[in-house]
Write a protein of this length. Structure first.
Length: 326
């Protein structure tokens, strides 16, 4: 999802594992047994306290332990999941990233930033084999994943990370939610006409929408949103993982700069926590699954002020189909 790369500040907060990797690892080992005396204190939904005795010998293959078994939807390959996690090395308790320390530094008491991810797709926050351990788990579960760096990361281990292949690594993962959505899902229904000053939207089945900017009209200086198709699904709340199809164009020239349909289809990301541009957080929280929403986002709520962004001076127009939440 190209347009959110600069805005996914969450990834920077969670991405310590990226330092361990030379590339995204793939595949998964079968869960084995372990003699490691790792202990985890804390209930599901609470920050886990991980303790590893000195001289603990890690298993030489990936080991998965179910600490709490949930009763929610099962996470399948291709499912979208929302996760809390904490990771560390066994030898020296070096942190390997996590969600528990990502509360907004501004002092906000809103939802904590969490990891929203499609299982089976590359992740910037967690090694692929560790993430694959979530497959088959139910929402509400807390699992422990451990093993040597060789077992969990393999040939993708970055030799400059200060972690040796024989070093032990451990993650504790809470499966907060899981939802399977067809990657070709789209919103259906009669579409409202655009309000005065809003761009026209022509939906195309399983393709990027055509968005026409009104002629001789200056872009708005404040955020504008309109529900074009009203859905009947649950409300989107801050902290949810929003699953969507989207198309984005620049107001200035009407040119498309990104669309989920140009990639792998439906995508997901946490909403209302600063993980995406402010225009999405402000305009999509409070909407409903099944809504088609048009957003007109001025630079101050888009990429304005973000160094290196090619869109920092542009007013952005998005059409977003909310096809699910997790």
């Amino acid at each position: 999802m190209n347009h959110t790369k600069n805005a996914r500040r969450l990834a920077a907060a969670l991405a310590v594992p990226v330092l361990l990797l030379t590339a995204s690892a793939c595949g998964s080992d079968d869960g084995g047994s372990s003699d490691a005396k790792v202990t985890v204190e804390g209930k599901f939904g609470e920050k886990p306290e991980i303790s590893v005795p000195k001289d603990t010998k890690p298993a030489d293959k990936l080991v998965v332990k179910t600490l709490t078994e949930g009763t929610g939807a099962k996470a399948e390959k291709g499912s979208f999941v929302r996760l809390d996690f904490a990771g560390q090395t066994m030898k020296d308790n070096k942190p390997l990233g996590g969600t528990w320390a990502t509360q907004d530094k501004s002092g906000s008491k809103g939802p904590r930033r969490q990891m929203v991810q499609q299982l089976g797709q590359p992740s910037q926050e967690m090694p692929a084999k560790v993430l694959d351990a979530v497959i088959g788990q139910k929402a509400g579960s807390r699992i422990e994943v451990e093993g040597t760096a060789k077992a969990l990361i393999g040939d993708q281990l970055n030799p400059q990370a200060g972690v040796k292949p024989e070093d032990g690594l451990v993650w504790v993962i809470d499966v907060v939610g899981a939802q399977k959505v067809d990657p070709k899902a789209e919103v259906k229904g009669e579409q409202a006409k655009p309000e005065e000053g809003m761009p026209e939207v022509k939906a195309n089945a399983q393709k990027a929408a055509d968005i026409t900017i009104p002629k001789d009209t200056k872009p708005p200086t404040d955020l504008k949103d309109q529900v074009l198709i009203k859905g009947s699904g649950p409300e989107i709340k801050a902290g949810d993982g929003l699953i969507a199809q989207y198309t984005g164009v620049k107001w200035e020239d009407g040119k498309k700069f990104d669309s989920s349909w140009d990639h792998s289809g439906a995508t997901a990301f946490q909403i209302g926590t600063g993980s995406v541009v402010q225009g999405w957080d402000k305009g999509l929280v409070g909407k409903h699954v099944g809504d088609r929403v048009e957003l007109v986002i001025p630079p101050k709520f888009g990429y304005g002020g973000q160094p290196g962004s090619e869109l920092d001076k542009n007013t952005l127009v998005f059409v977003v189909d909310i096809v699910g939440k997790v």
